[in-house]
Design a protein around this ligand. Structure first.
Ligand code: ARG
Ligand code: ZN
Ligand code: CA
Length: 259
């Protein structure tokens, strides 16, 4: 039986326009969703088709806003920084350093850093996989796709962007295997997880069951997985082997989070 792992979080809010200085309530709404999703307590888990009900798994990972900052002082686990940058870029990673208009990470072996800001190109979020540079480790989320109230905008206003990005931070790949960039390669990639069906490419919006690709009938793609690209309302589960992969990450490259 595995232990529940509890991860301290710092949310760095970067704002140019005051509306981007999202409320504590909006941050709390996001923490609630993140915790529900990683404990299989999300009310919409009932959307899982019967064929995958036994595969859907409680990830046994919890997240809480940090109460002690890197200097050992009490904190809300939220930093708020005004910036002259109108938008940040995933390619430049500029939100992650004060020198480029963002704010530096807290020690990323002790905290999950979450930067919330305006992102260019309509990007909802992005994450760094385990094993990368410490000073850029963590996840970034658009203020328009964070939490369930305030500045969150449908159809990405149910907090699932962060669930997806934290999945990456814990070493999960996209469920379709990130193939298909070259024509004819659609079914050749893998998410390195055995209990997710091989899937041609991302699903979008709110698909109906089944969505068949790569000869994966009759059940088809597991599009209701958090690691697909469907709308927030349509992604509701991790699988057993995805959970094993996340805990392998916590035993390995992210073992500093085990107490
Ligand atoms: N990295 C993805 C993007 O920005 C995140 C997709 C999240 N999907 C969602 N339904 N919230 O394109
Ligand atoms: Zn992704
Ligand atoms: Ca694929």
């Amino acid at each position: 039986q595995r232990d529940v792992v509890s991860i301290p979080v710092v949310v760095h809010v970067l704002w140019n326009n005051p509306a981007q200085n999202i409320s504590d309530e909006q941050i709390a709404s996001q923490m609630l969703v993140l915790n529900q999703d990683f404990r299989k307590q999300n009310p919409d888990i009932s959307q899982v088709p019967p064929v995958w009900e036994d595969t859907a798994e409680d990830a046994d990972i919890e997240f809480h806003l940090a109460t002690i900052d890197p200097e050992g002082l009490p904190t809300t686990g939220i930093t708020r920084t005004q910036t002259s940058k109108v938008q940040f870029s995933a390619f430049e990673d500029d939100v992650k350093a004060s020198a480029t208009g963002g704010i530096d990470a807290w020690p990323s072996d002790q905290y999950l850093n979450i930067w919330v800001c305006a992102l260019s190109f309509g990007l909802l979020g992005y994450a760094q996989f385990p094993g990368g540079p410490a000073h850029t480790d963590g996840v970034v989320c658009s203020y328009q796709a964070f939490g369930t109230l305030g500045t969150a905008e449908a159809p990405f206003n149910l907090g699932r962007t962060l669930t997806h990005e934290v999945g990456h931070w814990l070493d999960l790949r996209h469920i379709w295997g990130d193939d298909g960039m070259e024509p004819g390669t659609e079914c050749t990639g893998s998410d390195l997880v055995e209990d997710t069906p091989n899937q041609a490419g991302p699903n979008f919006d709110t698909p109906s069951f089944p969505q068949i690709s790569c000869n994966n009938g009759p059940d088809g793609d597991m599009f209701m997985n958090y690691m697909d690209y469907v709308n927030d309302s349509a992604m509701v589960m991790f699988t057993e082997e995805q959970v094993e992969r996340m805990h392998a990450c916590l035993q390995g490259p992210r073992s500093s989070f085990l107490s």
